[in-house]
Design a protein around this ligand. Structure first.
Ligand code: 5GP
Length: 238
């Protein structure tokens, strides 16, 4: 049961729930890019993202990763542990794409010798600037130990996701994670969906993620459906 709206982001809403310390995370149909400059509403996107995120979070829990996920509660709703979020995005890259190509002049598609983790300060106004652990420590966003733990978890997530996706012919190029704390412990929060990952078809290199929307490459809903279908994800919430 949903209570008061506590927070609204570009793709999600967080509501109070009937239990202390637990929230209801609702996935919206909105698609945004370039810090909200490009915006569209895509019918069914919320349901796809809720199903895909629930699937990945369940796999993370099975792998022993502490996450905010409790259970899926509806077509577009999941119940989560309430966290104090850290304003730091952890990006993991297996292949060069997106901002690292622009920043370092790399060609898109070059495999990296090992997974690279990068940190960004979560701020739409500032366009999520890249930061170092020195910044997170100095400005009190996350301690050095917190960042070390988040990076280790992000790499464990990489192993689980890379293997699940490789089994269905999808390459995990990169993705973004967010973490938060409850009772002093770090949990993986937010969502794991094609909105925050780059996913390429292993054979053709076709993009199966939000870059389809960012770069006007076709229907977003069709490719998210394809990701869900390949992973064997049940879309209907019973
Ligand atoms: P890049 O730094 O290349 O823009 O993004 C790297 C990866 O993290 C991509 O998979 C991208 O979708 C994801 N990512 C980075 N920042 C954000 C963000 O603010 N929101 C979402 N949804 N994904 C992000």
């Amino acid at each position: 049961m949903r209570g008061e709206l506590m927070y609204e982001g570009k793709g999600k809403q967080l509501y109070a729930s009937d239990r202390q310390g637990e929230l209801i995370q609702l996935f919206k149909d909105d698609a945004t890019a370039f810090d909200g400059v490009k915006h569209d509403v895509i019918a069914g996107k919320g349901e796809l993202n809720c199903a895909i995120s629930s699937f990945f979070f369940e796999k993370m829990q099975e792998a022993g990763i502490a996450t905010h996920y409790i259970r899926r509660e509806g077509a577009v709703e999941m119940r989560v542990r309430e966290l104090a979020m850290m304003p730091v995005e952890v990006v993991v890259r297996n292949v060069a794409a997106g901002s690292i190509c622009k920043r370092l002049g790399l060609e898109e598609g070059i495999p990296l010798k090992w997974p690279l983790t990068e940190l960004f300060y979560k701020s739409d106004e500032l366009h999520d600037p890249m930061i170092a652990v020195e910044h997170t420590e100095l400005f009190g966003w996350a301690s050095r130990d917190d960042i070390e733990e988040m990076r280790a978890t992000a790499l464990k997530v990489n192993e689980v996701m890379t293997s699940l996706l490789a089994d269905v012919g999808i390459r995990l190029i990169d993705y973004k994670l967010e973490f938060g704390k409850a009772d002093g412990k770090i949990y993986l929060g937010d969502e794991i969906t094609p909105d925050g990952c780059r996913l390429w078809d292993a054979e053709t290199g076709r993009k199966l993620d939000k870059d389809v929307f960012r770069r006007d490459l076709g229907g977003l809903s069709e490719v998210y459906h394809e990701v869900a279908n390949r992973l064997g994800i049940e879309l209907e919430f019973a």
